[in-house]
Design a protein around this ligand. Structure first.
Ligand code: ADP
Ligand code: MG
Length: 352
C-alpha cells in the first residue's frame, strides 16, 4: 500500500551548524494515528511545518500519497497539499462565525456542497446549535472543535494537529481527547498529532514517534515502546521508572539490591557492556517493613490516581520508586526493606 506520507532522511537547520532535525524518516499508512512525542524544543513543530510545506528541508525528501512534494530546492505550496492543520492556538478567524470559519476552505465549491458539508461537520463535532456564534462566544473546547471541523472540511488526505489540547485544563483535555479520537476514527482520517504529554500520546497513538534533539529515536506501537524503550532518554521521558547502576558478573546483573540472573534466551544487556543502568519500574519494587530485602528510607509519598507511590533512598543514595506490599500507610522517614522483582530486565549502557 502506498503510504499517505513518507519522510526520507529529513534534515533542517535554521542556523548553520545548529541542526533542528536530523535524518528523520517516517512512513505513515492510511488511517493511522501517529503521535510525535518529545520535549519542548526538540523540533516537533518544525517537522509539522515541513510536512505542511511551510518550510523547505535542507536534506531528504517528503512524499505525499506517493508524490514528491519537498526536497531541497523544491517545495510544493501548502495549499496544493490537501493537508488539514489545527494549530496550538486554533487560529480561528475572530470576525467570522462558526459556520463561516468551517466553510472557509470551501469557497470554490458549489453552495449546495458547502451547505451539506457544513451540516455534516457541525453534527460530527456536536456544534449544531452554535453555527452563528463568534469565536469569542465559545469555550476553549468548542473553539477547538471548530478548528477541527475547519481543518476537515476540504476532505484533506492528512491532518496535522500541533499540541491541540495544551491550552485546556486537565479534565477538559481528557474529554476532548476522547471526542477527537471518536471523530477521527469515524472519518478514518490519517492524522499526525504533536504533543509533549506522554499520557496523551500513549492513549491516542497507534504509532508513536519519539523525538530526542531532532532525531526520531523510536518509532513503534505504544505497547512495544513501553515494553522495550530503546534508549534511556525514552524510558525517562515516558517516566517508566528510576535507574540503578549495575555490573554484569557471572551471567548476573549485580546492583546494590543483589544479583539478578540474566536469561540467556532473552538478551537484555548491550553486547560487551559491563557497566549498565537497570530500569526499575515502580511495579517491580515492593516495600515491606519486615522480612528480606535492601534497607531503605521513605523520602516521599505521592498519590497517583488510586495508588500510592513511595520514593525511597537506598544506602548508596540512589532514589527509586515502589509500591507498598501491605495496606498500612508508610510515612516519610520510615525505615523499610525493598525487594526488586523484575518481570523483564531493561538495561542501558552506563553513561560515562
Ligand atoms: P517543538 O515544537 O518541539 O517545541 P520547534 O520545532 O518549535 O520545537 O523548535 C525546535 C528548535 O528550532 C528550537 O530551538 C527553536 O528555537 C528553533 N526554531 C524553530 N523555528 C525557527 C525559526 N523560524 N528560526 C530559527 N529557529 C527556529
Ligand atoms: Mg511546538
Amino acid at each position: 500500500m502506498t503510504p499517505v506520507l513518507s519522510l526520507q532522511a529529513i534534515g533542517k537547520a535554521f542556523e548553520p551548524g545548529v541542526p533542528v532535525l536530523q535524518d528523520v524518516s517516517l512512513r505513515i499508512e492510511p488511517g493511522a494515528m501517529v503521535c510525535l512525542l518529545g520535549p519542548s524544543g526538540c523540533g516537533k513543530t518544525t517537522l509539522l511545518r515541513l510536512i505542511a510545506g511551510f518550510e523547505e528541508p535542507d536534506a531528504g525528501a517528503i512524499h505525499l500519497g506517493g508524490q514528491l512534494v519537498s526536497r531541497p530546492g523544491h517545495v510544493v505550496a501548502p495549499e496544493k497539499r490537501h493537508i488539514g492543520m489545527v494549530f496550538q492556538d486554533y487560529a480561528l478567524f475572530p470576525h467570522m462565525t462558526v459556520a463561516q470559519n468551517i466553510v472557509f476552505g470551501l469557497f470554490r465549491r458549489p453552495a449546495t456542497h458547502r451547505d451539506r458539508r457544513l451540516a455534516d461537520l457541525l453534527q460530527l463535532v456536536g456544534l449544531q446549535d452554535m453555527a452563528e456564534r463568534y469565536p469569542h462566544e465559545l469555550s476553549g473546547g468548542q473553539q477547538q472543535r471548530v478548528a477541527l471541523a475547519r481543518a476537515l472540511a476540504p476532505g484533506p488526505q492528512l491532518l496535522l494537529l500541533d499540541e491541540p489540547f495544551s491550552n485546556l485544563d486537565v479534565n477538559l483535555r481528557r474529554q476532548l481527547r476522547q471526542e477527537m479520537q471518536d471523530v477521527l476514527r469515524r472519518t478514518d482520517m490519517t492524522t499526525i498529532l504533536v504533543t509533549h504529554d506522554q499520557e496523551e500520546a500513549l492513549s491516542l497513538a497507534d504509532t508513536l514517534a519519539i523525538l530526542d534533539q531532532g532525531r526520531v529515536v523510536q518509532y513503534d506501537t505504544p505497547e512495544a515502546i513501553v515494553q522495550r524503550p530503546c534508549t534511556r532518554f525514552v524510558a525517562e521521558f515516558l517516566a517508566l521508572g528510576h535507574f540503578l547502576p549495575g555490573e554484569i558478573r557471572d551471567h548476573c546483573i549485580v546492583t546494590e539490591m543483589g544479583p539478578v540472573r540474566l536469561n540467556p534466551d532473552m538478551p537484555t544487556v548491550p553486547d560487551g557492556c559491563r557497566e549498565i543502568e537497570l530500569l526499575i519500574p515502580p511495579e517491580c519494587l515492593t516495600l515491606c517493613d519486615n522480612g528480606h530485602g535492601t534497607r531503605a528510607r521513605v523520602t516521599q509519598v505521592t498519590f497517583q490516581g488510586t495508588r500510592k507511590l513511595y520514593t525511597v533512598r537506598l544506602p548508596s543514595g540512589a532514589h527509586l520508586q515502589g509500591l507498598c506490599a501491605h495496606d498500612a500507610p508508610l510515612q516519610t522517614g520510615a525505615q523499610i526493606n525493598v525487594r526488586y522483582e523484575p518481570t523483564v530486565l531493561i538495561t542501558f549502557p552506563s553513561e560515562p
